[in-house]
Structures are given as C-alpha cells and as structure tokens.
Design a protein around this ligand. Structure first.
Ligand code: G6Q
Length: 546
C-alpha cells in the first residue's frame, strides 16, 4: 500500500527550501554562462527522444535533493504497488492497472487470483477483428453501404483520450472519418449529425458506467435519429457498438454482446484509452498502429519502472514539477505542443492531471498543508505565441512550460516545419534568457532611438527571463512516440500524487456537480423547485420565466 508521506516534514524538503531561497536569487542565464556542460548535465536521451531540463531553475544539488525526496516517499515501493495491482485506489477500493492494458500479454499478471492479461488479449483480439471487418467493408451498414464515418459518443475519460490520439495520429488514418460527441449541449450532436449520412455511420457509445447523463442522452438521440433516417429499428444492430463495464445496461439500450467491448473497474476513466475505450483509435489508424501505440507506452512504462530516478524521464518531470510548485511556489503549468496534431493534448492532460491531483485531502484523511496539483493548460505553438505567450514572457506570475516538438516533419510542407522548430527553440530561449535593460538600451540606440524615448520605452521592452521550461524533442510523431509521450505524463502524475500524499485515482470532486444537476433538472422540466441558495434560485426563475 502507499504509505502516508508529509512533504513538509521530509528531510530533503528542509534542504530544498534552503536551496530554493538561493535559486530565487539566481538567474538560469548565469548558470549557463558558468557551466558549458549544463545541457549535457541536464538532459536525457532514451531511444527516440530527448528530454532537456537544463532551462529549469536547478543545479546538481537541487536534483540530488529532489531524488532524495522521492526516496523518502518510498517512490520505488509505490511504483511496484501500482504495477503489481495492489489496491492503491483506496477510496474506491480498486487496483490501478491501466499499465497492464499496454503490457506484454504473454506474461501473466494475477489480479484477485485471475490472469488479467488473458482477458486483455481477448478484448484486443475482439477489437482487432471488429476493426478489420469495418475497415474492409465486411461489416457494412443496414442498407449494405460501407461505413465511412465513426461517431464516438462519450465524455471525460471516455472522450478526451480517444479524441486526442485520433487527432494526433490523423496522418495514420485508414480512411474512416472520426467524429466525437461529448457535450450534453444538443448543438454538439446536431453539428455532427448534420454532416454524416445515416447509412454510412457507425456509432460507438463509450461509457464505463453506462449511467452518465450526457452520454446516455446523446446515445438515445443518435439512436432515434438513425431509426428515423433509415426507417427501421433493426438498423441499430448494424450501426451501434458499445464500450462499457456495465453489460446489462448496454443490452437494455439495445446493443448486442457481440458488439460490446468490455473493460474493468481497475481501469480509471481518464487512464482508459489503451483498451476498449481506444476502439475509435483502432478504427481510425488500424490494429497494427494501435499495437504500436501500446508498444510505445510499454517502452515508456518499462523505462519508468526500471530506470534509476536520476535518469528517469517521468520521475524527473514529476520532481521538477514539485520543485516549481512546492519550493519555487509556481501555481500553474503550461503544455505547449509544437505540433498541430497534438492540439488536444493540453485538454487531455488537464483532465489527467487536474482530476488526479487537484485535491486537498491527504492519504491520511487530513487536509494537506502543502500545495498540490497546479493549473494545467496550453495550446499548440505557434498559435499561442500570438495570444497568451505575452503573459508567459512578461506576466507577474512565472509559469513553467513543457515544449513538445518533433524533428521530422509530418506534412509535405517541410519549410513550414523548419519555421515551427525555430519558433519552438526561440521561445524556450527567450523565456530562459530574457532581455536585460542594458541589452534593450543597446538595441534601441543602434536603431537610432533618442535617449528620451529609450528611457520611456526601456521597462516595457525588458524581459526578466529565468522562466523555466522542459523540452521534449521526439524524432518523429508516430503511434509509438505518442504512446511513449502519454505514458510519461501519466507516470509523472502518479509520482506527484505519491509525493503529495494524494489518492490520485479517485475523483470525488466530479461527483458533487453531477448530483446537484440531477436535483435541479426536474425543476427546469416543470417540476417542484428544490430549496436553493438565492443566486441559483434567481437564475433558475429567469430560465423558468421563458
Ligand atoms: C475519469 C472520470 C470521468 C469519466 C466520465 C465518463 O477518470 O471518471 O471523466 O470518464 O465521467 O464516465 P463514464 O465512462 O462512466 O460515462
């Protein structure tokens, strides 16, 4: 089991607090100037990628103490607890075994006396057979037409992962057009249905519980639309498939067991894209590419489980995050992929990270006395550069950044790619180096600006710099490297949860809103108004008046 751990009381933390005081007064630019080997010292290059953390506000001493902190928290033991299936999701009394979904299925893993790897392989085989039949046209629509569109209906963990990976790997598409409907705002479904022909569209209803209000409302409306469009109730059997752990509810909805793909309670929603929840990914890129995605994640898991902490990418990502959050007091973290295909990665990580570590109760059941998960956000570069990067460069808050880039271009527009990479490097350089008052003065003077005007302009053009970033530079964007990237982030989140004394795999904060919506809905539908606070009641009355 995971042991309670108090970061503030750890021996390493005392030292880290002292080091933080010193580092607050140190400019990273000076660290580069005094150490020609800094990049060599602070980057890792496992196969296919480079993780550069030399632009963080760290030195060897800081890194040593951070590793000691991980050791004090018994991170090694925690990692083994997760991979071997101990019930580390304590509040839901469940194991956390999403890593098994991408594991080597020839090696048995016992969970409650049963080899789960056999079950995992059976579902993967079922998904493969189904995907091949859809892609070949052997499974066609009710009127005999080949499927050209797939609509994934699900929300949260049953949407963001498959959506993010389908977009990331759009270059590997086998020809089906993918659509995602998640929001209970009917406009979401209506927009998709307006653009797909019923006789060529396959719907996949993805819901672990098969009780989620949004998903069931969208699935029922899609079913009605299909039956109305094709004029026959029997069409549902050909046009619907489901992914769920709640088989009776799926059957009640009208989807046969043959077209239902299962998973297990030891897979958390936001960690589920590696199994049946990834069916839309497999339909999009085909079974072989899906297997490569799993292989990439497995490679990264093996690295995480077996590599010394000092050379371990997700462990270092996590420890640097803790350094920035708990010791340098930075409250936010931006993820900036320099790949348009990864445009949904920040949204995906927002859920993965903030739903996992956005908590204030410790594993001891007490309120924590330290900072936990930061706000995670981002957009792809270069778009973000023309928008919010202003604040990243000159805002009063310092926001650490992850830059993610690929050396090999994904499109035939190779010149674009050179510009993309140049921008990525330039941004991390600018954030770290900044531009001093002396440099600004010299620059403006060279441009012929008068001394008076320079004095007026100087402060506006100064960049303090010293804004930390990581760069994850991959050789190329492939199913394998995307699997690797996502696994790194998942495992980073796990490490931070261990050190922050969190239970990272529950999400009680999501439940309250769901519960209260169910209480207000009957009133909006014309029923009795429940007791509400003044503001909520006032807004409800405005809605009811229309
Ligand atoms: C993820 C969360 C949450 C969940 C959705 C959908 O970890 O539990 O985002 O994935 O609420 O739930 P269902 O898959 O049960 O519909």
């Amino acid at each position: 089991m995971l042991k309670p751990f108090q970061i503030n009381e750890a021996e390493a933390s005392g030292k880290l607090r002292e080091l933080a005081d010193k580092m607050m007064k140190t400019h990273t630019r000076a660290l580069f100037q005094s150490d020609a080997q800094r990049f060599d010292r602070f980057h890792l290059s496992p196969d296919g990628l480079t993780f550069d953390y030399s632009k963080q506000r760290i030195n060897e001493e800081v890194m040593n103490e951070l590793v000691k902190l991980a050791e004090e928290a018994d991170l090694k033991g925690a990692i083994e607890s997760m991979f071997t299936g101990e019930k580390i999701n304590f509040t839901e009394d469940r194991a956390v075994l999403h890593t098994a979904l991408r594991g080597d299925t020839s090696k048995p893993l016992l969970h409650e006396g049963k080899d789960i790897m056999t079950d995992i392989q059976l579902v993967l085989d079922q998904m493969s057979a189904f995907s091949k039949n859809i892609l070949s046209g052997d499974f066609a629509g009710f009127t005999g037409k080949r499927f050209k569109h797939v609509v994934n209906i699900g929300i949260g963990g049953s949407d963001l992962g498959p959506l993010m990976v389908c977009e990331a790997l759009s270059g590997f598409s086998q020809g089906l057009k993918m659509h995602f409907v998640s929001n209970v705002d009917g406009a979401d479904l209506a927009n998709v249905l307006a653009n797909v022909p019923a006789d060529e569209t396959l719907f996949i209803v993805v819901s672990k519980t098969f009780t989620t209000q949004e998903t069931l409302a969208n699935a029922a409306a899609a079913k009605n639309w299909l039956v109305q469009s094709l004029g026959n109730e029997a069409a549902v059997a050909d046009h619907f498939a489901a992914v769920s752990t709640n088989i009776p509810a799926v059957e009640k909805f009208g989807i046969s067991a043959m077209r239902t793909f299962g998973f297990w309670d030891w897979v958390g929603g936001r960690y589920s894209l590696w199994g049946a929840v990834g069916l839309s990914v497999m339909l999009s890129v085909g079974p072989e590419n899906f297997k490569d995605l799993l292989r990439g994640a497995r490679y990264a898991d093996d690295h995480f489980r077996n590599t010394d902490f000092k050379k371990n990418v997700p462990v270092l990502m996590a420890l640097l995050g803790i350094w920035n959050r708990n010791f340098l007091k930075m409250a936010s973290h931006a993820v900036l992929p320099y790949s348009n295909n990864l445009r949904r990665l920040p949204a995906y990580l927002q859920q993965a990270d903030m739903e996992s570590n956005g908590k204030s109760s410790g594993r001891d059941g007490m309120r924590v006395k330290h900072e936990t998960g930061p706000t995670i956000w981002g957009e792809p570069g270069t778009n973000g550069q023309h928008a919010f990067y202003q604040l990243l460069h000159q805002g009063t808050d310092i926001i650490p950044v992850d830059f993610i880039a690929y050396i090999t271009p994904l499109s035939r527009f190779t010149d674009h790619h050179k510009k993309l990479l140049a921008n990525c490097l330039a941004q991390s350089e600018a954030m770290m180096n900044g531009r001093s008052a002396d440099e600004v003065r010299a620059m403006l003077s060279k441009q012929g600006m008068s001394e008076n005007r320079i004095d007026e302009m100087l402060q506006h053009k100064v960049f303090e710099g010293n804004r930390p970033s990581n760069t994850l530079l991959f050789d190329e964007l492939t199913p394998f490297s995307v699997g690797c990237l996502v696994s790194f982030y998942e495992n980073k989140i796990f490490v931070q949860g261990v050190i922050w004394n969190m239970y990272s795999f529950d999400q009680w904060g999501v439940e309250l809103g769901k519960e209260l919506a169910m209480r207000i809905l009957p009133a909006i539908e014309g029923g009795e108004v429940p007791p509400l606070d003044g503001s909520t009641n006032g807004l409800l009355q405005l809605i009811l008046r229309c």
